[in-house]
Write a protein that binds this ligand. Structure first.
Ligand SMILES: NC(=O)c1ccc[n+]([C@@H]2O[C@H](COP(=O)([O-])OP(=O)(O)OC[C@H]3O[C@@H](n4cnc5c(N)ncnc54)[C@H](O)[C@@H]3O)[C@@H](O)[C@H]2O)c1
Ligand SMILES: N[C@@H](CCO)C(=O)O
Ligand code: NA
Length: 436
């Protein structure tokens, strides 16, 4: 049988990684797909750049639209990234009746509802395993492996760059900027690395995970997003003293009142498996009502691990070429006519425990005032740690861990504590989850 003809858009980290993997494991992949899978054309911004892969036998062009319009192209592989022109290219590929594989979480999180509707109308597949947690087959696991369950919540380390930075801060006390530059060199970071650092990339991925876990439309704009910028090396060290590690987590949870969608740094007990996922590795814990907790672990970024997911999608698409569209696995795991309109819960109503770091003047009565304010807002204290002042400094750090409270209670207490004359500046607060 003739080889499947793939048109590739974007010859960067993942594009080159995919070409290399298809070449290296060509026979093994064909044994699974039933046909050879060949990249026959590729669009790049510049034709004369040195590449991390061989482009022998591949028609190169600077015009990605010529590939999506080419009648020869059977599958369009979108690895350019970003919202535009990726959206326009993918919609045009679909209009031309081509199947699409993409690693672009920004595109799916923001424009997936529109893209899937168009693909449904045209009867083509859009696959996006590489978009979430790189090489971990998490989309497949949730969409196909857990269909007997009501998924109650999931929590994941879903940005490799942020996890790499936090791990290096923890183990090697390295500076943020230096580690970020290294993550960029290694091909982990987004084209705009503020997406990694500020939590936007994790929010894109969480949007997708929540949709396939709960059968809700993609709602990127409703995700609460915090990055790792306010986590200092001191916080990492104090958390450790109290038996916790700080991780950047994406969490979604189904509650009767609404769905929680949030991305933020989180203290996790050090005995939790997730707390020990380091470097560029990702992991996602999914809680199903029948199966209980399940955990998925693997490389969240990098050329070869991401290519592993891209190639798996290519093989899936080839296997489904002759399957009637209504018999395929639904894009968002649930039938498109059966999506739920469960609202997204406002953050003020979300309940978590907290880590608080206050800088206070070293004078009598301050701790009493602080604990009184917490108590009067219905917040109980789990642990408290008062440190020595730094040499020559007037103020001392006080670390407090609280029990679970609604965010609105914590907002009120924080405002009252910051109004105390002895409390210096802003209180640094980080959420804490036991994940049970
Ligand atoms: N790098 C990773 O580890 C990783 C992991 C999972 C998913 N992703 C996703 O994969 C996609 C690609 O990421 P990457 O790391 O390979 O990025 P990259 O920046 O290394 O590669 C993108 C390539 O696309 C090219 N490009 C941009 N606009 C183009 C245009 N109009 N026409 C032709 N070429 C164009 C760029 O020149 C660049 O070479 C993104 O959506 C990213 O979020 C990356
Ligand atoms: N920039 C992303 C790439 C993988 O999606 C990360 O660091 O996780
Ligand atoms: Na994946």
């Amino acid at each position: 049988m003739s080889a499947v003809r793939v048109g590739l858009l974007g010859l960067g980290t993942v594009g080159a990684g995919t070409i290399n993997l298809l070449q290296r494991n060509n026979d093994e992949i064909a044994r699974r797909a039933g046909r050879n899978i060949d990249v026959v054309s590729a669009a790049a911004r510049h034709l004369d750049r040195p590449r991390a892969c061989s482009t022998d036998g591949i028609r190169l062009t600077t015009d990605p639209f010529s590939i999506v319009d080419d009648p020869e192209t059977e599958i369009v592989l979108e690895l350019i990234g970003g919202y535009e022109p990726a959206r326009e290219l993918v919609l045009r590929a679909i209009d031309n009746g081509k199947h699409v594989v993409t690693a672009n979480k920004a595109l799916i999180a923001k424009h997936g509802n529109e893209i899937f509707e168009r693909a449904r109308d045209r009867g083509v597949t859009v696959s996006f395993e590489a978009a979430v947690a790189g090489g971990i087959p998490i989309i497949k696991s949730i969409r196909e492996g857990l269909t007997g369950n009501r998924i109650q919540w999931l929590a994941g380390i879903i940005n490799g760059t942020a996890n790499y930075i936090l791990s290096e801060m923890y183990y090697n006390s390295r500076e943020f900027a230096e580690v970020l530059a290294e993550a960029q060199r290694l091909g982990y970071a987004e084209a705009d690395p503020s997406f990694d650092v500020e939590g936007v990339d994790a929010a894109h991925k969480l949007t997708i995970l929540a949709s396939i876990a709960f059968g809700i439309p993609l709602q990127f704009d409703k995700v609460h997003v915090e990055g790792i910028g306010h986590v200092s090396r001191e916080d990492v060290a104090y958390a450790e003293e109290l038996g916790y590690r700080i991780k950047h987590l994406g969490m979604c949870k189904w509650t009767e009142d609404g769905v929680e969608l949030r991305v933020h740094p989180t203290l996790l007990p050090e005995r939790q498996l997730l707390a020990n996922v380091d470097g560029v590795m990702n992991a996602i814990m999914v809680m199903g009502d029948a199966v209980g907790p399940t955990l998925y672990y693997g490389a969240g970024a990098g050329a070869a691990p991401t290519a592993s997911a891209v190639v798996a999608d290519l093989v899936d698409v080839v296997r489904e070429f002759n399957v009637e569209p209504e018999s395929r696995v639904p894009y968002l795991a649930f039938q498109s006519t059966a999506l739920s309109d469960q609202p997204v819960l406002p953050m003020s109503a979300v309940e978590t425990a907290y880590y608080l770091r206050l800088e206070v003047l070293d004078e009598p009565g301050v701790l009493a005032d602080v604990t009184r304010i917490l108590g009067s807002n219905g917040i109980s204290i789990e642990a408290i740690l008062q440190k020595e002042p730094a040499p020559g400094a007037d103020d001392v750090p006080v670390i407090i861990l609280t029990h679970r409270v609604k965010e609105r209670q914590m907002n009120a207490a924080q405002e009252q504590m910051e109004a105390l004359p002895a409390v210096q500046g802003r209180i640094n607060r980080i959420r804490l989850e036991q994940l049970q």
